[in-house]
Design a protein around this ligand. Structure first.
Ligand SMILES: Nc1ncnc2c1ncn2[C@@H]1O[C@H](COP(=O)(O)OP(=O)(O)O)[C@@H](O)[C@H]1O
Ligand SMILES: [Mg+2]
Length: 462
């Protein structure tokens, strides 16, 4: 049993609260002074802290509180009586050192939740605690944000069926890990999981790689070779970068999906193969289908169930969780004693847009572990110093920047045709005009931008 520690600083500890926490597997240590609180927190490890200001503390204790509360491994929550925060000293202590406060009278659940959260945040920012991080995982995938939790639920759902799954998402978002997680949760888990990177096999070899060949099928085929499809028998076949599969091989794959039988190259018998198909791509297949590079009928066969992998920049604080997880992994590999990330590194990681997603994060952390000279990895070690320390972005200006960029891209894509750009953006023409007026945007032309002519008087509907 892993007990969480609670340091309870109070002149008059409540037995009811102590009991409440102990029943929920907290190891409660009641102390009466900051000095004792520091002593109780000394043996490192994250702890929750409960500071009871409502019960009153002697004035010399209030003065000593600042040093007591600054212990880095304790996440404090204050208990205050109504009006007590009118006192400037107490208000400052609570604001600077506590993550939350609860006013008396309270229900223990409210205190429990606040302290649980404070403890969790401290555990996160301390040296990486693998057991804590792994409480947010699906197979090898780490994630605690809403979109990842939704994806973990999808993984469980699709694992219980045998239908083909199609995974869409940018490079490095974890499509292969997702495929493996589905396999591991499915009834096929004791059979092979066979990944094939359709983009990495040369055009000439796709057929023989997928379906195998008989001895003598071609010059150099000195013995029979089993293809990847057959090798996955009973298990799961993961067709990665399916968009890169040459068109003639798409026909044979489709035939296999319809008949569930293969023929080895140069062979005559057809062999039944029972596999579950998961496919993935980082490119949008719609244009490939429109241009005849990807068969629509194959796409429909593959894309029965669809999972979309969220890009890293949309995973909020998961970036922190993943960075700590990767750090603890590479730290072991490099045999280095590193404590974590500096605040500017965390800040830069949250601001950066991560075009290479989790793979890029892994590469940057791995490099930083080798290059850093201190105990903490800085933004510079991550080569992200150019994104650190910028002024905080207000939501309104972030929204304007994003909207402007989307409108510019849509107009360029459609060579300034408003109707089509608006349709692409999922807004009406009127809304598009209104936004462009509001942002004083200009109409694109081939040489650059020129001021947009107003086509209707302000306030009117065209
Ligand atoms: N949620 C995650 N948790 C931990 N590691 C991840 C996660 N997503 C991706 N990774 C790691 O990032 C790298 C890229 O993942 P991968 O599945 O190959 O991405 P994709 O197939 O989408 O390009 C791998 O090293 C993988 O282990
Ligand atoms: Mg991949």
């Amino acid at each position: 049993m892993n007990l969480r520690r609670l340091i309870y600083l109070s002149a008059k500890p409540s037995t009811e609260l102590c009991q409440y926490f102990e029943e929920r597997d907290w190891d409660v240590k009641a102390v009466r002074s900051s000095k004792d609180a520091r002593k109780a927190a000394e043996d490192a490890g994250a702890a929750g802290g409960l500071l009871d200001l409502a019960a009153g503390l002697p004035s010399h204790e209030i003065e000593a509180l600042e040093t007591g509360l600054s212990i880095p491994n304790v996440g404090w929550v204050a208990i205050v009586s109504p009006g007590q925060l009118g006192d400037a000293t107490l208000r400052r202590l609570v604001r600077d050192y506590c993550s939350d406060y609860v006013t008396v009278p309270f229900i223990p659940e409210r205190v429990g939740r606040a302290v649980g959260h404070a403890h969790g945040m401290v555990a996160l920012s301390g040296p990486p605690r693998e057991d804590f991080i792994h409480s947010f995982a699906e197979g090898e995938m780490i994630g605690a944000c809403e979109s990842m939790l939704a994806m973990f639920r999808s993984i469980k759902k699709v694992a219980s069926t045998d239908a083909p799954v199609f995974i869409a998402g940018e490079s490095g978002t974890g499509k292969e890990l997702t495929a493996a997680a589905i396999h591991r949760r499915s009834s096929r888990r004791n059979f092979p999981f066979v990944p094939i990177n359709c983009g990495a096999i040369s055009r000439d070899l796709v057929q023989s790689e997928l379906f195998g060949y008989e001895r003598g099928a071609f010059t150099g085929a000195t013995q029979r070779r089993i293809g990847r499809v057959e090798a996955a028998g009973g298990g799961t076949l993961f067709l990665d970068e399916i968009g890169d599969l040459p068109i003639d091989s798409q026909a044979s794959l489709l035939r296999f999906l319809q008949e569930r039988k293969i023929e080895r190259l140069g062979g005559h018998e057809s062999i039944d193969v029972d596999v579950r198909i998961i496919s993935a791509t980082h490119v949008d297949l719609e244009p490939a289908i429109a241009e005849g590079r990807f068969r629509q009928d194959l796409y429909h066969r593959l894309c029965v169930l669809r999972i979309v992998e969220p890009p890293l920049r949309e995973r909020g604080n998961d970036i922190e969780l993943l960075a700590l997880h990767l750090l603890s992994h590479f730290r072991k590999e490099a045999g280095r004693r590193l404590h974590g990330f500096s605040p500017d590194a965390m800040d830069a990681m949250l601001r950066y847009t991560w075009p290479g997603n989790v793979r890029e994060l892994g590469n940057r952390v791995r490099r930083a572990v080798v290059m850093t000279e201190g105990r903490l990895i800085t933004a510079k070690d991550l080569e992200l110093d150019h994104v650190a320390g910028q002024a905080p972005v207000l939501l309104n200006s972030a929204r304007e920047t994003a909207e402007r960029a989307a409108i510019e891209r849509a107009l360029l894509r459609h060579r300034g045709r408003y109707g089509e750009a608006a349709r692409d953006l999922g807004i009406s023409r009127v809304t598009l005009y209104r936004l462009m007026d509001a942002y004083q945007m200009h109409e694109p032309d081939t040489a650059g931008y020129k001021p947009r002519k107003r086509r209707h008087p302000p306030g009117s509907v065209p």
